[in-house]
Design a protein around this ligand. Structure first.
Ligand code: GLN
Length: 471
């Protein structure tokens, strides 16, 4: 801290201003974060790989280890990629480089981003900076823990079913899952291609908007599913006059919701109304009933195809076998953990001859129903709000024995993802000393509206993102 940089409190924008004014040099800024990492990473296990030298002169960033980085080990949290060093940059990593952001390192994730707690990582779980006996959420627990503990000013995650939003909620960060197609998936270790989307994890709404501006946009060369994105508007806190907010009953009055979570979310909704928003209760029954079961058909089906490439020939460690077939079987047996294996089995079954229409085909049709149900609400509302999760961060080990309990953690983040919509989690208070996430959901390309509403609420809520035990 000799440079006077307080990494626990500094926003990325604040860090950028310190660099611009010359008050702090790029090296001093880098060293401040490295010192914080040295002090806390052993306990938190947020980073799997650290970079020794800065590869840029701007505000440093941490990247989830799902994001391919040229010359930097990229494991996806799996033993099967333990020694994998990509020979190319993902588009998002290249965009960060082009913006001058040096990579601090690669952050821990559930294996292949499959999980809600980071406990499925082959490299051990990350821990929650607010309470290290608890999970930081998943799959991007490393990125969220790093930002929350001041080990990085900002980070990237990826959100297939909630892996940016949930860890952001559990660690008190702002996390955006962008509109599907606004951020390139080129070089992202593929899990479920029709759902995967990279998004920013930050301490403030404005930082989130800045980072979204850096990573988003059409990737002409490498990802034909991307589109041109409306220019990002940096939000200023203001009133919410003219904003219509729907409060879907099924996402808010959810069974088993913690009273402290409900209280914090309801208070934030009241604050939105006090700022001038029109707030109204509404219904989203089909999306909440069918979102999760459909996700657990589609995501494993796509994962089973995407993970077929890990055969011991092209990437990672190889196990011995008498012939090709045995080598592949042993490599996958030794290299993949239980969760990817479970999903490969579920997905392969769902895609097998005779079952495709009944399972994958049917789930895709239901997905259209979910999309339409959301679209109908967006004729009346600019945004929908709900808790990001019905609970705060749970103790390490609490849900590992029961995959279904783990899957249910994402009940509230999955429906809008299934519809390809953007959504954002922001802190709205504490419940028993742990952060509570407020989820904003918008129509396609409504990121600017979410930033505007987020900035207004952020100023009003005045959440202190520094974990109490680190103060
Ligand atoms: N927890 C969900 C899953 O296990 C979502 C993960 C994600 O968004 N990558 O699939």
């Amino acid at each position: 801290m000799s440079s006077g940089v307080d990494t626990l409190r500094l926003s990325a924008e604040g860090a950028r201003d310190l660099l611009a004014s010359g008050e702090v040099s790029p090296r001093e800024l880098w060293d401040a974060y490295r010192a914080a990492i040295d002090a806390h990473n052993e306990e938190l296990n947020a980073f799997l790989t650290l970079c020794d030298e800065p590869n840029g002169h701007g505000v440093p960033i941490a990247l989830k280890d799902i994001i391919s980085t040229k010359g930097i080990r990229t494991t996806a949290g799996s033993r099967i990629l333990d020694n994998y060093v990509p020979v190319f940059d993902s588009t998002v990593a290249a965009n960060c480089k082009a913006a001058g952001l040096p990579t601090l390192g690669k952050t821990n994730t559930d294996e292949f981003a499959m999980g809600s707690s980071s406990e499925n990582s082959a490299y051990g779980p990350s821990r929650n900076p607010w309470d290290p006996t608890r999970v930081p959420g998943g799959s991007g627990g490393g990125s969220a823990a790093a930002v929350s503990a001041g080990l990085a000013p900002w980070a990237l995650g990826s959100d297939t079913g909630g892996s940016v939003k949930l860890p952001s909620a559990f660690c008190g960060n702002v996390g955006l899952r962008p509109t599907y197609g606004t951020v390139s998936r080129y070089g992202i270790v593929a899990f479920s291609s029709s759902l995967d989307q990279v998004g920013p994890v930050t301490r403030t709404i404005r930082d989130n908007a800045i980072l979204y501006g850096i990573i988003s946009g059409r990737d002409e060369q490498n990802d034909s599913t991307t589109v041109d994105v409306p220019p990002v508007e940096l939000p200023e806190p203001g009133d919410l006059k003219g904003i219509r907010i729907g409060v879907p009953r099924q996402l808010n009055d959810v069974e088993g919701i913690e009273p402290g979570v409900k209280a914090a979310v309801d208070a934030a909704i009241d604050q939105a109304a006090a700022l001038g928003a029109e707030v109204e209760s509404c219904e989203l029954p089909l999306s909440v009933d069918y979102g999760l079961p459909c996700y657990y058909l589609i995501a494993p089906a796509e994962a089973s195809a995407n993970l077929a490439r890990y055969d011991g020939v092209r990437y990672g460690p190889r196990s011995d076998g008498d012939d090709f077939r045995e080598m592949v079987m042993r490599t996958r047996h030794d290299g993949l953990g239980d969760e990817p294996k479970r999903r490969i089995m579920l997905g392969t079954y769902a895609l097998s001859a005779g079952y495709y229409d009944a399972f994958y085909g049917k789930a895709q049709k239901v997905r259209t129903v979910i999309k339409r149900e959301h679209d109908a609400l967006f004729e009346r509302y600019d945004l929908l709000v709900s808790p990001t999760c019905a609970t705060t961060a749970f103790p390490i080990g609490a849900r590992t024995a029961d995959p279904l309990a783990m899957y249910l953690t994402d009940l509230l983040t999955i429906p809008s993802n299934m519809a390809g919509l953007p959504s954002l989690s922001m802190p709205c208070g504490l419940s028993d000393g742990l952060p509570v996430g407020l989820q904003l959901i918008g129509p396609q390309f409504s990121e600017n509206t979410m930033f505007r509403v987020g900035a207004a609420l952020e100023a009003e809520i005045a959440f202190d993102p520094v974990p109490a035990r680190l103060k």
